[in-house]
Design a protein around this ligand. Structure first.
Ligand code: PLP
Length: 397
């Protein structure tokens, strides 16, 4: 059987991580894989999460399965976090959520649901988007195409082109939108663009599918999803895949949820039954720990406050690192304008250098980033920012 398959090339980003690990240069810098890091390069467990996990350890009385749709406190808390505490959608009966293994598992359930509803649907992704979006769509057997999003030359949104492309779509189409902190560009939709996309969704009838993997990493928990909330207040149907990997630092606990917004409570119940059935066919029940920890945090006022503080600290650190990097590069007399990095949100930006320059910066300075020149802002620290700025300035001269 297995003589029919040959080994695949390694995943490019994981390959960069492996090469970084083997590099013996003491000055090496990892700006590759998208994981938050502290000033000393660590990805610690948040204190609020540690406390919740301890409570769980002390109180968990069984390892029997959890209910198929997941931890109820988690689902209730996360719906409020994404939609807003007082959102009338929550009590409308039109919203259903199912816990899933991470944002990736949530996206997969969403794509499978689309496939069941309309196998001929076409999924439109931003150009560029997170590489795994395309892999998930393809593995579901759905068609996909790109809508214009980011102009790499001018480091700006292709707003007009994007709206023109979306205006051509119809009820057979699904538009995958990044809720905030766009990966890989860092460039988010403006409130005006969210409004225009909402109008287009209503007029043309395409389905918005929103991926929220970085809520709280851009400006703050509410501002980051203001556009999403506006859209959801108006459209009859939507899908939302939410990840707790970054904002709760729960990466390996695979914690996320898929939320369906349907036109009526009856349709919502039907969508829920299919999502549960799809999950049953792939992995049966969601993992427990991450969702349980988030549920404990969001049900407890003191833990919620502590978590929000830790999240705000991560967010503020990334904003500081952005401006530090921009200032340091400009101080070195580089002609190119890097101020766009300050305007962007979240963990990523494109440095905007060529693949050859990416290779040169790696060979000469042991600074590792994706071939596209996407960097993880959290990989910068006050101790390596001068070194990075020196390298960027030298490469650009
Ligand atoms: N969506 C985007 C845009 C991402 O960048 C990520 C992770 O990097 C995910 C979804 C999925 O995250 P996870 O499956 O780790 O929760």
């Amino acid at each position: 059987m297995f003589q029919q398959i040959t080994a695949l090339p390694p995943d490019p980003l994981l390959g960069i991580a492996a090469a970084f690990k083997q590099d013996t240069n003491p000055k090496k810098v990892d700006l590759g894989v998208g994981v938050y890091k502290t000033e000393d390069g660590k990805t610690p467990i948040l204190t609020s999460v540690q406390k919740a996990l301890q409570i769980l350890l002390d109180t968990e009385a069984s390892k029997s399965y959890i209910q198929p749709r997941g931890n109820q406190a988690f689902l209730d808390g996360m719906e409020k976090l994404v939609l807003g505490n007082d959102n009338p959608l929550i009590s409308s009966g039109r919203v259903e959520s199912v816990q899933a293994p991470g944002g990736t598992g949530s996206l997969k359930l969403g794509f499978q649901l689309i496939k069941r509803s309309n196998p001929n649907a076409k999924i439109w992704v931003s150009g560029p988007t997170w590489a795994n979006h395309v892999a998930l769509i393809k593995s579901t057997g759905l068609d996909h195409a790109e809508y214009p999003y980011y102009d790499k030359k001018n480091n700006a949104l292709k707003a007009d082109e994007m709206l023109e492309a979306l205006a051509q779509l119809g009820p057979n189409d699904v538009v995958l939108l990044h809720g905030c902190c766009h990966n890989p560009t860092g460039e988010d939709l403006t409130p005006e663009l969210w409004s225009k996309i909402t109008e287009l969704a209503l007029e043309k009838g395409f389905l918005p599918f929103i991926d929220i993997a970085y809520q709280g990493f851009g400006q703050d928990l509410d501002t980051d999803v203001a556009g999403v909330r506006e859209l959801l207040s108006k459209v009859p149907e939507a899908l939302i895949a939410t990840s707790c990997s970054k904002n709760f630092g729960l990466y390996r606990e695979r914690t996320g949820l898929i939320t369906t917004v349907s036109e009526t409570p009856e349709l919502a119940a039907a969508a829920l039954s299919h999502v549960l059935n799809i999950a049953r066919e792939i992995y049966s029940m969601p993992p427990s720990y991450g969702g349980a920890a988030v549920g404990i945090i969001l049900q407890d006022q003191a833990l919620t406050t502590e978590w929000k503080g830790e999240l705000a600290e991560m967010c503020a650190r990334m904003r500081t690192l952005r401006s530090m990097l921009v200032n340091k590069i400009h101080e070195r007399g580089v002609d190119e304008d890097f101020s766009f990095i300050n305007r962007q949100n979240g963990m990523f930006t494109f440095l905007g250098i060529t693949p050859e320059q990416v290779q040169a910066i790696r060979d000469e300075y042991a600074i590792y980033m994706a071939g596209s020149s996407r960097i993880n802002i959290a990989g910068i620290s006050s101790s390596n920012v001068d070194y990075i700025a020196d390298a960027v300035a030298a490469i650009l001269k």
